[in-house]
Design a binder for this molecule. Sequence first.
Ligand code: C2E
Ligand code: CA
Ligand code: CA
Length: 398
Amino acid sequence: MGATDHSTDAATRLLVLDDDVNVNATICAIAARAGFDVRATTQAEEFFQLVADWQPSHLIVDLVMPEVDGVETLHRLALSGHQGIVIVTSGLGGRVLEAASRAAEENGLRVSGVLPKPFTPAKLRSLLHQEPDKRLTAGVGHVTPVSADMLASALAQKQLSVHYQPKVICTTGKVVGFESLVRWQHPERGMIFPDQFITMAERNGLIAELTRQVFDMSLAWFAANFLGTDLKIAINMSPVVLADAMFPIWVQQACEHHGVAPSQVTLEITETSSMENPVATLEYLTQFRIKGFNLSIDDFGVGYSSLVQLARLPFSEMKIDKMFVMSASTSIESQKIAAAVVGLANALSLNVTAEGVEDDWTLQFLCDLGCTHAQGYFIGRPMPPEIALQWLSDRPGR
Ligand code: C2E
Ligand code: CA
Ligand code: CA
């Protein structure tokens, strides 16, 4: 069913795959009025042919069709490297839709949202005009892994640096501090992000040296600019370094050396399976607390962090994983998880920071939930040291 013969703007071509011709007609009518060139089909093979020949900018794919499996269709689209915007629709419940669209995103498709049936014209129009998630446009894959030797020599040559991301109070926007995030400036490959080398550093005995360098740089920067203020510096600490009994002492000495009070330092710890010795972990974390450091459980809600750990370890803050925060504006499920985590933190009298806040709506949503602190691109990106200072001084009301 071709709705228009002449091709207009290549950025507004919509192709619909749904077994219900009435649904197809309705979607086409709404989209055409919204300025789209539209085509629809009930057949998967014709759909893929049109994707190849007509090159639509937008696709709407029905998840449940008698002869075609929508998940399979999305998988095939992802494998073909399709870069258009995808909207997933179905009459099934929202959770199924969200699961399918998440799988599609994780396979690299640019999913702009889900369209539960029945839908309103307004909902469809808003999805058609919505930008896909930034994460998915950032070029997935194609990363050559870095080797332990490369990282060891980068550490020896001091090629690592630290960027700083601000953290604010949700209700007032007041800056309470910065989180330090390591960066590797490689002479040929440019900036390498920590997701590409932290795990490798942990596995190859390089994490202790990396952590020492990051602490030194972060504390030096903080001491040079923020002594005597009420700001805090948050530093990520791999649980692997907790296995070293000397670490609490080393960290304390580094603070003394730079003249930074432990109460101005927050250690962010992601709980992982590598917390092999729970008793030792408990001891080290307790030592840090006794010395006056703040402890934050990072990435709460994913992986290994659990209620049990939260209750038995002496954390003063938790951070809701950005996975739930970034998707809150489009996922009811994420909203509920964020609400539950904030409720839990409040019940335990812990501060709770949402990371990955990318828009105004999400900040307001978190604020309404009772979340205490926020971080994210909407507030400020991780920045090189001097830019972070500039950002702070430009900020009204600081
Ligand atoms: P993390 O501690 O959960 O840090 C948050 C990550 O989310 C950072 O990625 C940050 O750049 C990114 N981010 C912040 N706001 C937003 C947002 O609004 N949207 C999106 N899409 N992303 C946002 P980054 O810097 O690549 O760091 C990745 C992870 O690497 C960190 O996750 C942390 O676990 C680890 N890491 C970073 N620096 C260090 C370090 O010095 N030591 C250790 N052990 N781990 C580190
Ligand atoms: Ca962190
Ligand atoms: Ca995180």
